[in-house]
Design a protein around this ligand. Sequence first.
Ligand code: 3AM
Length: 175
Amino acid sequence: MAGGRRRLFFALWPDETVRAQLAALQERLPQAQGRWVHPEDLHLTLQFLGSVEPGRQACIAEAARAVQGEPFELEIDRIDFWSKPRIAWAGPEAVPRPLKRLVRMLAKKLEPCGFEPERRPYKPHVTLVRKSTPVAAMKLPEPILWAVEHFVLVESRPNGDPPHYRPVEGWPLGD
Ligand code: 3AM
């Protein structure tokens, strides 16, 4: 990675099939008013990094390479709403152990790069609508089955028109 400061985060990035299914969930929220996440931007954040100067970007890639994860299946089976950040989201009722381990390991490997581990408990979610009006929690009749085989580093360019996010590099989970 070269260039100037970049706003970065690690995420799970859906393939086209899962992306289309997640985008279809947005259509289940017709009552919500707010800023709809562009379908091309739908993702599940693993760790937010913020604005990163060029000197730390190689360290981040090195940290990601050192993560020893394993593939897993994520069952997106509910829609819910958080009132404080005002987001409507989709996520798994049960958090798979390999996902917890992945997030923990990533945080640990990133510490030498100068990133403090997140203190709040990890709550995996795919944001569907920001600045949303309240949405009733709902169990999905048919969960989305997301076979997770890699994770990515994403660059965020929040200004201008969406999509705002672009995966810049990816790493496989498992061999
Ligand atoms: O994945 P979601 O959409 O929930 O809100 C930002 C977005 O969350 C969040 O990181 C994701 C990718 O941009 N984010 C933005 N600023 C943040 C911060 N200072 C943050 N998360 C933690 N701390």
